[in-house]
Ligand binder design. Sequence first.
Ligand code: MTE
Length: 443
Amino acid sequence: MISKETSHGSSEEEYDRRRRAQWLAGEARADGVARRDMLRLLAAAGAVTGLAAPTATAATAAATAAASPVAAGGTVPADAPKGPGIVKPLPADRFTIRGTNAETKFEALAETGFHTPASHFFVRNHTATPRLDAKTWRLKIWGDGLEGGGAREFTLADLKRLPSTSRTAFVECAGNGRSFFTTQQGQPASGTAWTLGAIGNARWRGVRLSEVLRRAGVSRHAVDVMPRGLDAEYVTDDGTNLGRVRRPLPLSKALDDVLLAYEMNGAPLPEDHGFPVRVLVPAWVGIASIKWVGDIEVSSTPLYSPWNTQFYRLFGEGHPPEGSAPLTHQTLKSAFELPWNAPVPAGRTSHLTGRSWSAKGAITRVEISTDGGGTWHKAHLKDTPRRGSWTRWTTPWHPRTPGPTTLLARATDTTGQTQPQTTPHNTQGYLFDAVVRHAVNVV
Ligand code: MTE
């Protein structure tokens, strides 16, 4: 049994420790995870000296590959067209293209409301948006964590016949704000150099994952579920094929507030955001919200994938050698709806606007400094603050003297957490939450 608490940090650590012990005993699976990553996880836990991998692993991997409906998918061909592989238009006034991804320009959100339209919503693709046919699409639920072990398939129509739930939630990349580790703290981090635009807040509609798992016959022995995308297999820069994008979720979380979403802002899910169905894990790092979900393994043994071993843990000085527990909740941030080095007129009142958000509590206060942190005053909050969503704010500013200056916005949430001045570094640049120094030019 795992506790209901695994969605919280300390319990995730506890669960991670248990996963490791079970892997050592040959009772957990790590298909597609590099042996060196498993050894690092175990060595740091003091569990391994000259260890051979559990003998069960190779056999289970082969069995899983055979049982898996999508394990034999293709990779991105070497001659695939270059470019972001994103279907929707990416006008330069709304998006900054970063490799296979598109970051929303925060200033472009000023023309949108509380919900982010698909036309402005950031895209994070490990490879490229696949073109899927809703008529032939199936969701396969399979694995030894189901009663009787038999797989169940659902069409889109099947899912739509089940009771639906709507909720507003942001999807935010774990690495949002990563570039500020370098530019504000002088500490480089690997990965996409996002500023603050790897977030969007939408109204999602779908069926609860718990409802589908119940109908598929989840057994009392199940501990992990692993949704997997139908996009191409992901090959790292050094040529290692990590397979399809997938990340285990503890069953307790899967049964809690997770949706299988088929609508975004009242319309069918757009192709780039997971059409026809994506997983939506509210308030957790974006990687948990698997797009284009094709199958979900329900396992009676704990699971690993590269996305909860090699990525999406905190590594580096100040963190355990095996990394932190796998990341769960996003963090606290604020952003101005202004371009970098925006010109602001002197001798006139401008209305500065922005947004603050927190994964763990509702925003209680946003303070603004227009003099580089010397003095602070409260911004006016425009939305009823809610956990896992953002709150828009505004504040008047009447700058008198022309020249460069720095704007700061600092949020506090109902957990009592306030954005700090710096974020402890981690090598992959996750969970940046420090106050961002936004340069503007008074003209
Ligand atoms: N799901 C699949 N199948 N493939 C992916 O590349 N990227 C993940 C997640 N789900 C990804 C995925 C990451 S890292 C993030 S931040 C979110 O999707 C981004 O969702 P969006 O592109 O709809 O904004």
